[in-house]
Design a protein around this ligand. Structure first.
Ligand code: CTP
Length: 410
């Protein structure tokens, strides 16, 4: 897989202390294979997991560890190093590194470099799930998001899954291939922004339909594909509003997220985000909601379980496609199908009145997975089957098709 997508690009990799540090070695290999150059900073914690020698061997450059090493500072000072890079990648980004960056602390080489750089920083967090979900870490992440001054802090992962500590949840570092994808997106976006000046609206994730104050109906949508699309559109310069159901993902760089729970809230947020030129609706909206949501927790009763009456939720995509003057110029839907993919997706496209539909075969494991095989179907008849690729790559390809659509003379 030598894409050459990073040809000549310079990446400064900061390896923090965590079990995921070993994956940083694979990341170096992937970046170099894609044509990028890597220099590495290893924190004291990182050095407990990988050796400077393995990083040096893989990057082809000496590894920097200390802030006050005279040899290092005469070779390339830490300020120079932070300026040399086109992109700084922190993988794994520990809770400690995130906290230091969020609070302007500079007490070692890694934190000093993060403060000194004028380049975008891509963070790949990795930590125990309780730590990632701790409000202190969330506040630090939000703080870094707020610093976005044209370069800013960007996020890839963490992924959800079983962790080295035996717990389950969000906290695992993103796979090296996903970090590479995010790095490519950030670097390509900086160079070419064909969607600058366009407004885009993306929906993502599941909806949560309350049954009572503690229970609800939802589904397994991870939101990954929608988040990746929002990020890819923003990387091409679009001003993106991401209306998201409950998911364990961080908003991609430069994207404004509106968090919602229910289908009705999602519909209202979509309305509020108009006007937009582009709408990509990927959300797995619950088809039904409970007619009468109980105001208190429903208790077990001797006469058996309650009967829930369901009523149909509005179809947000159909509603938006039919909207009058506010209808976005390009409305893209998604069709998750388990059989007769193209036929069902085409029927869905005409039933819902959208312009394009991305047909997604979900007969094998797509929900929460990294890869996706889709077919892009246009109302005007066009049909393109894309090879199975990462969700980030699907997102980039779709964003590029959208940019081409707006470039083409009407
Ligand atoms: N969609 C929507 N609002 C809904 C249901 C679906 O906006 N209430 C959108 C989805 O975001 C997606 C498209 O419609 O872009 C198709 O979603 P899908 O779940 O495949 O369609 P359904 O209408 O639920 O069709 P079915 O379950 O019958 O396959």
């Amino acid at each position: 897989m030598s894409t050459g997508a990073l040809n000549g690009r310079r990446i400064l990799l900061i390896v923090g202390g965590g079990i995921a540090a070993y994956k940083a070695l694979e990341l170096v290999r992937l970046i170099r294979k894609a044509g990028g150059e890597v220099r590495a900073i290893l924190t004291a914690g990182g050095a407990a997991f990988v050796t400077p020698l393995s990083l040096a061997a893989l990057t082809g450059h000496p590894v920097r560890e200390g802030l006050f090493a005279p040899d290092d500072e005469t070779a390339m000072g830490h300020i120079e190093l932070s300026r040399w890079a086109d992109l700084v990648v922190v993988a794994p980004a520990t809770a400690g590194l995130i906290a230091k960056a969020a609070n302007g602390m500079a007490d070692d080489l890694a934190s000093t470099t993060l403060l000194a750089t004028d380049k975008p920083v891509l963070m790949a967090p990795a930590m125990n799930v309780r730590m990632w979900l701790h409000p202190a870490v969330a506040a630090n992440v939000a703080r870094l998001d707020g610093f976005d001054g044209g370069t800013g802090f960007h996020w890839v992962g963490p992924d959800e899954g079983e962790m080295a500590c035996g717990e389950f949840g969000p906290g695992r570092m993103a796979q090296p291939a996903a970090i590479l994808d995010a790095a490519e997106t950030l670097l390509s976006g900086a160079a070419d922004q064909p969607l600058r000046g366009r407004r885009a609206l993306v929906t993502a994730g599941p909806t949560f339909e309350a049954v009572d104050p503690v229970r609800g109906l939802t589904n397994r949508s991870s939101g990954k594909q929608g988040y990746a699309i929002a990020g890819a559109l923003a990387a091409l310069g679009a001003e993106v509003t991401l209306v998201s159901g409950p998911v364990a993902l961080t908003a991609p760089p430069g994207v404004t997220r509106v968090a919602v729970e229910s289908a009705l809230q999602m519909q209202a947020a979509v309305q509020a985000a108009l006007p937009a030129d582009i709408a990509v609706l990927t959300a797995a909206v619950a088809d039904w909601r409970v007619d009468a949501v109980a105001s208190g927790k429903i208790k077990k009763a001797p006469d058996g379980p309650p009967t829930l009456r369901l009523i149909e939720n509005p179809d947000i995509l159909a509603g938006l496609s039919a909207a009058g003057p506010d209808r976005p110029a390009l409305v893209v839907g998604f069709a998750a199908e388990t059989e007769n993919l193209i036929e069902n997706a085409r029927a869905k496209l005409s039933r819902k009145g959208c312009d394009w539909i991305v047909a997604n075969d979900v007969s094998d494991d797509v929900f929460g997975a990294e890869g996706n095989a889709v077919t892009l179907i246009e109302r005007s008849g066009g049909e393109e089957a894309w090879p199975r690729q990462s969700k980030a790559a699907v997102a980039r390809a779709l964003a590029v098709r959208i940019a081409d659509h707006f470039k083409a003379p009407a």
